[in-house]
Design a protein around this ligand. Structure first.
Ligand code: NAP
Length: 483
C-alpha cells in the first residue's frame, strides 16, 4: 500500500549550507524522495545557498551525486531525477555578509510559502535571521528551520531564542530534533493514545521501569573538535533522549495539536528530579580494537569529555513517581541500536506456579529496523504440561497494512514536509529547549567544577561496567544492545 501522501502547497525552500554534509546526506536526498512520492507540487523549488561560488548547473550535479549516493536507487530514477533537478537553483551567498543577497531577493517568490533551512553553524543563526529580515525576504507565512545544537547551555539557548524572536514569531521557528520525525516515534503516540489497552496501564502502578538506549558503533569521526566541546550530555541527552522521555512520560494531550503536545512535554521536563551529577555514569572509549581511542580522535590526551552516559532519572509527578527511567547513550558500542523499552511489572501471583518472572515488555525500536513489539507470555506449544514462554507480538503491522507498503519516509523528509505544511507538532518549542538546558546545566557545571574524569570503556563493548552495576543495584538489567 502506498502511504497516503498529503499534498503540500507551492514553496521555495532555501537551504543555507546547501553544500554541507547534512544537506548532502539528508536534506537533498530526502527532498528527492518526497518528489518521487508526488508530494512536491510542480512549481516548488529548492535553492541551495552557501559561500562557494558555483553555477546552478554545477549545484545540480552536486545534488544528483548526493541523491545517487544517499537517496533513492533503482529503475526509473534518472527520469525523476532530471525533473527534480529542474527545480533546483543555487545562490552563492554569505549568511553574515553582503554578497549574494540581491540575487536571492530576485529568485525567491513572495507569493508562495518561503522556508529557510539554517543548515549552517549555529553561530550564524542570528545573523541569518537578521539578514532575511533586512532584505525583506520574510512575511508572516515564512518559516525558518533551525538545526541542533540549539545553544550549549541555558544562557546561550536563551540568547538564540531572543535573537530569533526579534525577527520571527514562535510559530515560524522549527527547531529540528530528527528523532521526533521517525515513523516509530509517531507510532508510539498512536499506540499510546489510539488504543484503550495501554493508557490505563501507563503509570507507576503497572510499569516497573523504562529504558531508553541510543547506542552507536561509530566514534566521533571527523566531528572531534565539535564533539569534544559537547560530550554525550549536550549532544544526545539534552535533546534526543530528553525528547523521547517526554513522549513516553507525557500526559495525553487534549488533541494532537502542536501546542497541546508541546505543553505536555514541557510539563515532563519540569517534573524531572534534579540529578546528583556523581550518580551519573560517564564513559570514554579506548583505542583497543580498530580505530583510534576517543582521546586520539579529538587530539587531546587529557580530554575529560564523555562519549557515554548512563543515568537513572526520576519523574516526580502523580503518574510516574516511583518508576525509574534509565537512559544510556554512547559511541563505539557493540551495536547500533536506538530503543525505548517499557518493562511492565510482574504478576502479583502466578496460577501456574512458575518460578521465572514474566514481564510484559513493550519495545519501541527506532533504528535499525524500526518497529514496535509487545512481549507477551503464552503457553509453549506442544505436549508436556503448562510451560510458559515469552514471545514478541509485532505491533508495527506493516504487512497488515497491505502489500507493497512504501518505505516510511526518513525523519528529515517528514519533518521538512511538516515545515512546508506549517505543522510544528514534531518540533521543539523554545521553552522546551530552555527547560531541558535548565535541567542539564547544573550537572555539567558540577562535572566541570570538580574535573570529573570519565571511566574508560572498551570500544565495541556495551559500555562501562559501572552502568551494569547501576542496574544491578536496582536488581534490574539493561536490555541487550543488539543490531
Ligand atoms: P558542514 O558540512 O560544515 O557545512 C556547512 C555549510 O555551511 C556548508 O555548505 C558551507 O558552505 C556553509 N556555510 C558556512 N559558512 C557560511 C556562510 N557564512 N554563509 C553561507 N553559508 C555558509 O556542516 P553540516 O555538517 O552540514 O552541519 C550544518 C548544521 O547542521 C550545523 O548546525 C550542524 O550542527 C547541524 N547538524 C549536522 C548534522 C550532520 O549529520 N552533518 C547532524 C545534526 C545537526 P561554504 O563553506 O561554501 O559557505
Amino acid at each position: 500500500m502506498v502511504s497516503r501522501v498529503i499534498p503540500v502547497g507551492v514553496f521555495d525552500l532555501v537551504i543555507f549550507g546547501g553544500t554541507g554534509d547534512l544537506a548532502r546526506r539528508k536534506i537533498l536526498p530526502g527532498l528527492f524522495r518526497r518528489y518521487c512520492s508526488g508530494q512536491m507540487p510542480p512549481d516548488a523549488r529548492v535553492i541551495g545557498a552557501a559561500r562557494t561560488e558555483m553555477s546552478s548547473e554545477n549545484y545540480r550535479e552536486f545534488v544528483a551525486k548526493a541523491v545517487r549516493e544517499f537517496g533513492v536507487v533503482g529503475q526509473g530514477i534518472d527520469t525523476d531525477l532530471e525533473k527534480f533537478l529542474a527545480r533546483i537553483e543555487y545562490v552563492a551567498i554569505d549568511a553574515c555578509g553582503v554578497t549574494g543577497w540581491n540575487k536571492l531577493i530576485k529568485l525567491v517568490r513572495s507569493d508562495v510559502v518561503r522556508a529557510y533551512y539554517f543548515s549552517v553553524a549555529p553561530s550564524l543563526f542570528g545573523d541569518l535571521a537578521q539578514r532575511l529580515n533586512i532584505h525583506g525576504l520574510t512575511d508572516e507565512f515564512s518559516r525558518i528551520v533551525v538545526e541542533k545544537p540549539f545553544g550549549r547551555d541555558l544562557k546561550t539557548a536563551k540568547t538564540l531564542n531572543t535573537d530569533l524572536a526579534t525577527y520571527f514569531n514562535e510559530g515560524q521557528i522549527y527547531r529540528i530534533d530528527h528523532y521526533l520525525g521517525k515513523e516509530t516515534v509517531q507510532n508510539l503516540m498512536a499506540v499510546r493514545f489510539g488504543n484503550m489497552l495501554f493508557e490505563p496501564l501507563w503509570n507507576s502502578q503497572y510499569v516497573d521501569h523504562i529504558q531508553i538506549t541510543v547506542a552507536e558503533t561509530v566514534g566521533v569521526g571527523d566531528r572531534g573538535e565539535y564533539y569534544d566541546k559537547s560530550g554525550a550530555m549536550r549532544d544526545m541527552v539534552q535533546n534526543h533522549l530528553m525528547q523521547l522521555l517526554c513522549l513516553i512520560a507525557m500526559e495525553p494531550p487534549s488533541k494532537f495539536d502542536p501546542d497541546a503536545v508541546r505543553d505536555e512535554k514541557l510539563k515532563v521536563i519540569r517534573a524531572l528530579d534534579p540529578m546528583d551529577p556523581h550518580q551519573i555514569i560517564r564513559g570514554q572509549y579506548d583505542g583497543f580494537g580498530d580505530g583510534p581511542s576517543y582521546r586520539q580522535a579529538v587530539r587531546d590526551a587529557q580530554s575529560r569529555t564523555e562519549s557515554y552516559i548512563a543515568m537513572k532519572v526520576g519523574v516526580s509527578n502523580w503518574r510516574w513517581a516511583g518508576t525509574p527511567f534509565y537512559l544510556r547513550t554512547g559511541k563505539r558500542l557493540k551495536a547500533r541500536s536506538s530503543e525505548i523499552t517499557v518493562v511492565f511489572k510482574e504478576l502479583n501471583h502466578s496460577i501456574f506456579g512458575e518460578q521465572e518472572d514474566h514481564h510484559n515488555v513493550l519495545s519501541i525500536r527506532l533504528q535499525p529496523n524500526e518497529g514496535i513489539t509487545l512481549g507477551v507470555t503464552i503457553k509453549e506449544p506442544g505436549p508436556g504440561g503448562m510451560r510458559l514462554v515469552d514471545v514478541p507480538l509485532d505491533m508495527t503491522f506493516a504487512e497488515a497494512l497491505g502489500e507493497g507498503s512504501e518505505e516510511p519516509p526518513d525523519a528529515y523528509e517528514r519533518l521538512i514536509m511538516d515545515v512546508i505544511r506549517g505543522n510544528q507538532t514534531l518540533f521543539m518549542r523554545g521553552d522546551e529547549v530552555e527547560a531541558a538546558w535548565a535541567w542539564t546545566d547544573p550537572i555539567i557545571e558540577s562535572w566541570e567544577a570538580r574535573g570529573d574524569v570519565p571511566k574508560i570503556y572498551e570500544s565495541g563493548s556495551e559500555g562501562p561496567e559501572d552502568a551494569v552495576q547501576m542496574m544491578a543495584r536496582d536488581t534490574r538489567v539493561w536490555r541487550k544492545v543488539s543490531p
